[in-house]
Design a protein around this ligand. Structure first.
Ligand SMILES: [Zn+2]
Length: 400
């Protein structure tokens, strides 16, 4: 949804230049002219003036039309959810960043949100149902009063028919545009190992889920105020089910929840002529986060300016000494050239034109998809720092 290139206009300068042969008038002053040549000269001058006027008129008309067209385009973009380029964030001052960081509570994130999610929760399992209810109840307990929907469905998998449920929480369903934060809450299905251990997927993606829950808890009062003031851009959280493949990753065995929801939202209208999907101004996906020494790289050029905001927030928080165990200014968000795309829950949304920021550790954690992806292998300062950076990003985006 990038803005189209500006229309090319015929250059007045070039046309005007041809009609202003300086040598002609200069020589005219030097040599006395006979009446016929004088008439000819006047005729040429008159024709030149007319041509100049016509070109000027065309220029103004083109310009006027171009502006009108641009305005129409912008209006249309805003109406259909808008380009991320059209939205301007607010920069927080140092004191605002300090205050905001103090709202993020690592103990609450860890004990109230992360630990209850750290259980086996593959789609259709008892743990899945438990986590789904846990997320829903925690969101219902917030002052901002979230609108919560369950997108439940069944799909065919290599393990037969399985039931899935995405949790969709929207701060203000009536707002014309949405900043979307997403993660998957399912854990990959693995048989228990020889020691009876289940796969818990701490970074994949219990930590991202707990970061989202802590973030909206920390910003609860600010979000409530923004909703009461009728902000044009609201926040939406997606806790997606069935990201993981049951067998070999394929187009049909993976991203069950994201595929179902993107399809559904592309048909559900927010208001006449605008679908819920078109209302997504920016889709931020969190995955594989929580290990020590992680790096997050940019994946898309059209959202690079938003990635830059994260780079800048990390630097500003570092300079204010608000990040723990953070020895250098740029530790997580890396300005390296754009990293190739990584298949994940954003794909079905991206394919339908939603602008995406994919916040995933690359390279993946060393214990990715092993029984070692557990709480003991997480790095608390990294989790806390990422939550603070993201809280600042959301506050700047939503003008909280
Ligand atoms: Zn995974």
């Amino acid at each position: 949804m990038r803005k189209g290139p500006r229309r090319l206009r015929p250059g007045l300068g070039a046309g005007g230049g041809e009609l202003e042969p300086g040598g002609f008038s200069a020589s005219g002053r030097r040599t006395p002219l006979r009446p016929l040549r004088l008439w000819l000269l006047l005729l040429v001058l008159a024709a030149g003036a007319l041509l100049g006027l016509w070109l000027l008129w065309r220029e103004v008309a083109e310009q006027g039309w171009g502006v009108k067209e641009q305005q129409q385009q912008q209006q249309q973009q805003q109406e259909i959810g808008g380009s991320q380029l059209a939205h301007k964030p607010r920069s927080l001052s140092s004191s605002q960043l300090k205050r905001l960081s103090s709202l993020v509570d690592l103990q609450r994130l860890w004990h109230s949100y992360l630990q209850p999610i750290l259980l086996e929760r593959y789609p259709g399992s008892r743990g899945s149902k438990q986590v789904q209810q846990f997320i829903t109840e925690r969101l219902r307990g917030l002052a901002a009063s979230w609108h919560i929907e369950l997108d439940s469905f069944e799909d065919r998998t290599p393990r037969g028919m399985v039931s899935f449920a995405n949790v969709v929480a929207t701060l203000d369903p009536a707002a014309p545009r949405r900043l979307v934060l997403a993660c998957h809450y399912d854990s990959k299905y693995f048989p228990h190992d020889g020691r009876g251990r289940a796969f818990l997927g701490a970074t994949d993606s219990a930590v991202p889920c707990s970061i989202l829950l802590e973030l909206v808890t920390a910003l609860d009062q600010e979000l409530l105020r923004s909703k009461e003031q009728g902000a044009k851009v609201s926040l939406q959280l997606l806790f997606l089910d069935g990201e993981e493949a049951f067998g070999e990753w394929s187009d049909t065995d993976s991203l069950y929840g994201a595929r179902h929801l993107a399809e559904r939202m592309s048909k559900a209208s927010l208001r006449p002529g605008v679908t819920q999907l078109q209302a997504m101004a920016l889709f931020v996906l969190l995955d594989l986060l929580g290990a020590d020494g992680l790096t997050i790289q940019n994946h898309f050029s059209d959202t690079a300016s938003w990635f830059e905001r994260l780079v800048s927030i990390e630097r500003r928080l570092h300079r204010l000494n608000l990040l723990a165990s953070h020895p250098q200014e740029q530790l997580y968000f890396s300005r390296h050239p754009i990293y190739g795309p990584v298949q994940d829950d954003h794909v079905p949304f991206l394919q339908r034109g939603v602008p995406v920021l994919h916040l995933i550790a690359t390279p993946f954690p060393v214990f990715w998809h092993t029984m070692e992806d557990t709480e003991v292998n997480l790095h608390r300062p990294t989790v806390e720092n990422l939550c603070k950076i993201l809280a600042a990003f959301v506050a700047e985006y939503l003008w909280l």
